[in-house]
Design a protein around this ligand. Structure first.
Ligand code: OOG
Ligand code: MG
Length: 258
């Protein structure tokens, strides 16, 4: 087994068993391209187990998130069908190491998207938008990592909940959103926090995938990135993201579990 596949097995097993591991970069020296290779290899292990890739998530597209985690480069990770949590469903925290939630805008692609596209081209390929909550879970101890560590760990991809789909608005650049836990608002923001306009996040997804010989496929979901800081998930809680003009999406965590 080469080093890429060896490190992919480490992050994949940590995710599967919901156990924290030390940062890979403390022992192994690897760059961003290697980190994306580790990520791809770890997702290939999921696909080999029967999971299906259904989209991508963009990370660190807002300053709030970049400052919270101390990492400022935009990153991506893969979403599989097994990560999807139905709106209104209850999840056990036993599936996660130390999950957090973020309010996001999700888009569904009507057309594929490839290469150095503009924001307008990216938006043209989008078919629908929806309020979303991303459940991120770093497999690293204390939720601390370097840029290469988090990329190798599939950019903390772990779960996501998507509300009803709406026709895309012409302008999605300032949709207010608020994240609440048990009815108390804990974070407020706007899609403007996402690279100034979430269309740019979709364009960036196509650009970043193209650099690695890949494309955003028609039918895929793109999570455009947290508009606010992420919030730790507690047991027995109801989490909701309310997005202006798009309504809301919610889910629960079960009472039992870590
Ligand atoms: C990395 C993932 C960041 C976002 O929306 O910015 C992310 C992390 O913070 O663990 O999903
Ligand atoms: Mg996110």
């Amino acid at each position: 087994m080469n080093d890429i596949d060896r490190l992919a097995a480490v992050v994949d097993e940590a995710a599967q068993t919901a156990s924290a591991i030390p940062q890979l970069s403390l022992r192994d020296d690897f760059d961003v391209e290697d980190a994306y290779r580790i990520q791809a290899s770890s997702v290939a292990r999921r696909v080999a187990r029967g999971e299906r890739i259904i989209g991508v998530k963009m990370g660190f597209t807002s300053r709030a998130k970049a400052e919270q985690m101390g990492v400022s480069d935009v990153i991506y990770g893969w979403l599989t069908d097994a990560m999807r949590v139905g709106a209104g469903d209850a999840v056990s925290l036993d599936a996660y190491v130390h999950a957090r939630v973020e309010p996001e805008l999700a888009v569904r692609m009507g057309d594929g998207l490839e290469g150095d596209v503009s924001a307008a081209e990216a938006w043209h390929a989008v078919e629908a938008v929806a309020p979303a909550v991303e459940i991120i879970d770093s497999r690293y101890e204390n939720f601390r990592f370097s840029l290469v560590d988090v990329i190798a760990d599939n950019s903390s991809s772990s779960g996501f909940v998507i509300g009803d789909w709406y026709d895309k608005p012409d302008d999605a650049s300032d949709l207010r959103m608020s994240l609440s836990v048990d009815g108390d608002v804990v974070q407020t923001g706007s899609t403007r926090a996402v690279l100034g306009d979430p269309r740019l996040s979709v364009a960036k997804a196509a650009q970043m995938l193209a650099r690695r010989g890949k494309r955003v496929e028609a039918g895929w979901i793109v999570l455009t990135g947290g508009a606010t800081e992420a919030v730790a998930l507690a047991p027995g809680a109801r989490i909701e993201n309310v997005v202006a003009r798009l309504g809301s999406v919610a889910f629960h965590t079960t009472r039992h579990g870590r």
